[in-house]
Design a protein around this ligand. Structure first.
Ligand code: 5GP
Length: 191
């Protein structure tokens, strides 16, 4: 059984002592994803669109936003691993899973969970541009304001959030917490 906190918010028992502040609740996430989906649907009308989801963090976002884009689309996934600690990326990126589909006649839309320094996304954008698709744009759900170390072009942004480390809705700490429906800070003593 899950408990309900003062905001009528369900947190499963395994996570109850581990989480800090609720950052974005599941209804707010769902509404924003609907809005982003509508905007993308209008922008890409009549164009061949390929969504490129970045595993594993963007798995839920990819699943939800793809169903809010009311167009015929293709989906593919990449997995990258970024050298660094559990909470900070170094910008040195290794491709763990590459694309299966050919990009030559596609408009590519990168579906990314969170951008912090921006180094991972910058690498991915360059990598995908080099395959010469018709276009490359990015849709990122969470952007950590002011942390970017590189200039980035991000066409669709869900939420700008603070610098704190967050988990839930696909985002992990040591591979745990991805399956929470909302986005939370992690208790400092868990890190
Ligand atoms: P960047 O290269 O932009 O610094 O980092 C991007 C990657 O770092 C994300 O794809 C994600 O894997 C990880 N990351 C950055 N900030 C957070 C955070 O607050 N929570 C979690 N779970 N991962 C994060």
């Amino acid at each position: 059984m899950s408990v309900v906190n003062s905001k009528e918010h369900h947190i499963p028992p395994f996570a109850q002592d581990k989480l800090g502040k609720l950052v974005i609740d599941e209804n707010t996430l769902a509404q924003k994803i609907k809005d982003l989906g509508q905007e993308i649907t209008q922008d890409y009308l009549g164009r061949k669109i390929l969504l490129v989801g970045v595993l594993k963090g963007a798995a839920y976002f990819m699943s939800d936003i793809s169903r809010e884009i009311k167009l015929p689309l293709q989906m593919d996934y990449m997995a990258v691993s970024s050298y660094g600690t559990a909470t900070k990326s170094s910008g040195v990126v290794r491709i763990v899973k590459d694309l299966d589909l050919d990009l030559s006649d596609k408009h590519v839309l990168i579906i990314e969970d969170i951008v912090d320094s921006g180094l991972t996304l910058s690498y991915l954008q360059k990598y995908l541009h080099a395959k010469h698709p018709l276009s490359v744009e990015t849709c990122c759900l969470f952007l950590k304001t002011g942390n970017q170390k590189v200039d980035l072009d991000i066409k669709y942004i869900g939420f700008e959030i603070g610098q704190e480390f967050v988990v839930g809705y696909g985002l992990d700490y040591n591979e745990i917490y991805r399956n929470l429906n909302s986005l939370y800070q992690l208790n400092q003593d868990q890190m």
